[in-house]
Design a protein around this ligand. Structure first.
Ligand code: FAD
Ligand code: AMP
Length: 478
């Protein structure tokens, strides 16, 4: 007999699994379909984020940072650490244990919340029927009052550098190196390229990042991007801007990459090459020809502001739809859609989705950049505070970077918080909380911040917006 559900979710990444749990919590009979197999051939939940994205990259970033600190950062504290070595397979194995714990945790949450897991490939048919093809090829049809498509994304391939997962790898392959490459090339200076480049650079690889655009981190505030370029270059990352990769040749376990920049055609040879040029939506075999769901011109599933597709009762969320390809955006869309299906009037604030790059120092922001606001003709006041003036940062020997708060010159409402520095992601989240409640720079300035904390840098930057910072000389108002 055909199984019937109130909600069927296709894909158990941070979009899909969160949507499924929320729907079940709201009393809806819910199933979630997932096909991803781990290296033991078992279905693993959690999607890109838990298996080959956010979490594994952060595990390797944290391990490599500890190694780097032990080698370079202990002496200043009077700690002698001689003969520090890195066991790369052990580091990668620790990462895999974390993945196993987290993906197993999601399976546990499904059980606890009464979400039915359907293992296999899901395909939306006409009339909100969903075909599930199990790993052994058998199929079943389930019926749903509502369907949520959450099939995520995968790395973009470029013809000049075809991924073989041996010498030329994508982000997934770059999480699995079993030794440190002597020379590592990275195509793309986006979030993923910079994070993975940092991991292997800290462990001793000579890293060159080749980026087609002339501008570094174009989405970030220019002041922050400039500081990031300076800091990452000082750390040893060679970042070649305005350099477009046009070809590559693999020979004897090395790859020679051809690229063109202002000086003409160039070549560089690497032991490994990471292709990190972006991600594209996964819609292969997801929609039957008569499903009625349409794609936009870039191949994303077309949805409105509430994630409704062109078919009533069918929604799509996360990386497979427009907007930032971020786990927290996917999850919040999942919550919004589940709540709307349950009859609530949920909305999502797309203007306040924080962005984070987990380099060291971290780079994070929420809201608009100074350039965006000026481009829109908004008059702003800007306050900055350098971590070099923070007692807490000094105590931690981590004084690089700054906090920048941008407020509307007329209303004083905070329109952007941008940070490069220690715990930038956490600091920006404080800005996001304030901005969600319409905070002014003065409001932030009047709040009591614990001393000594890195958060005080946010407090001081907010005070600096109106010339009232205490621990730096304020910019004179013209
Ligand atoms: P996904 O996580 O891609 O999940 C989709 C799931 O659907 C997959 O498990 C897939 O197997 C399954 N699926 C697809 N089609 C079908 C089908 N037909 N039937 C059954 N199952 C199907 N984001 C952050 O916010 N912070 C970070 O620090 C961060 N770091 C990242 C680092 C790396 C290296 C990468 C690659 C990504 C990172 N991201 C990060 C991005 C983040 O992983 C994605 O934005 C997020 O996973 C998107 O969630 P999703 O649920 O939309 O899709
Ligand atoms: P993101 O989309 O943030 O992951 O970043 C991917 C980056 O890769 C972008 O900044 C692109 O400009 C860059 N990129 C794409 N194709 C090439 C190429 N052929 N050579 C160099 N950089 C590229």
């Amino acid at each position: 007999m055909t199984q019937k559900f109130d909600v069927v979710v296709i894909g158990a990444g941070p979009g899909g699994y969160v949507a499924a749990i929320k729907a079940a919590q709201l009393g809806l009979k819910t199933a979630c379909i997932e096909k991803y197999q781990d290296n033991q051939g078992k279905i693993a939940l959690g999607g890109t984020c838990l298996n080959v994205g956010c979490i594994p990259s952060k595990a390797l970033l944290d391990s490599s940072w500890k190694y780097h600190e032990a080698k370079e950062g202990f002496a200043i504290h009077g700690i002698e650490a001689k003969g520090v070595t890195i066991d790369v397979p052990a580091m990668v194995a620790r990462k895999n244990t974390i993945i196993k714990n987290l993906t197993g945790g999601v399976a546990g949450l499904f059980k606890a919340n009464g979400v039915t897991l359907l293992e296999g490939h899901g395909k939306l048919l006409a009339g909100k029927q969903v075909e599930v093809t199990a790993l052994d090829g058998t199929t079943q049809i389930v019926e749903a009052a509502n369907v949520i498509l959450a099939s995520g994304s995968k790395p973009v391939d470029i013809p000049p550098a075809p991924v073989d997962q041996d010498v030329i790898v994508d982000s997934t392959g770059a999480l699995e190196f079993q030794s440190v490459p002597k020379k590592l090339g990275v195509i793309g200076a986006g979030v993923i390229g910079l994070e993975l480049g940092s991991v292997w650079s800290r462990l001793g690889a000579e890293v060159t990042v080749i980026e087609a655009l002339e501008k570094f981190l174009p989405a970030a505030d220019e002041q922050i991007a400039k500081e990031a370029m300076k800091t990452l270059t000082k750390q040893g990352l060679k970042i070649r801007l305005g350099a477009r990769v046009t070809g590559s040749e693999v020979k004897k376990k090395q790859v020679t990459v051809t690229f063109t920049d202002a000086d003409g055609e160039q070549q560089m040879t690497f032991d490994k090459l990471i292709v990190a040029v972006g991600r594209r939506p996964v819609t292969t075999e997801l929609l039957a020809a008569d499903s009625g769901v349409t794609l936009d011109e870039r191949g994303f599933i077309y949805v409105d502001d509430q994630c409704a597709t062109s078919v009533p009762g069918v929604y799509a969320i996360g990386d497979v739809v427009r907007g930032a390809m971020l786990a927290h955006k996917a999850s919040e869309e999942g919550v919004m859609v589940a709540e709307r299906i349950a009859g609530h009037k949920a909305q999502m604030n797309y203007d306040l989705i924080p962005s984070v790059i987990y380099t060291h120092p971290e780079i994070a922001w929420v809201g608009k950049t100074e350039q965006q606001l000026k481009g829109e003709g908004v008059e702003v006041n800007v306050g900055t505070f350098p971590f070099a003036a923070s007692g807490r940062a000094m105590a931690a020997n981590d004084t690089g970077g700054l906090v920048k708060v941008i407020a509307d010159a007329k209303s004083d409402r905070v329109l952007g918080v941008h940070v490069i520095g220690p715990s930038a992601a956490e600091l920006v989240q404080q800005g996001a909380i304030g901005m969600e409640f319409g905070t002014s720079a003065e409001d932030l300035g009047m709040m009591v911040f614990s001393h000594p904390t890195l958060s005080e840098a946010l407090h001081e930057a907010a005070l600096a917006v109106n010339g009232g910072a205490i621990h730096i000389a304020n910019r004179k108002k013209r």
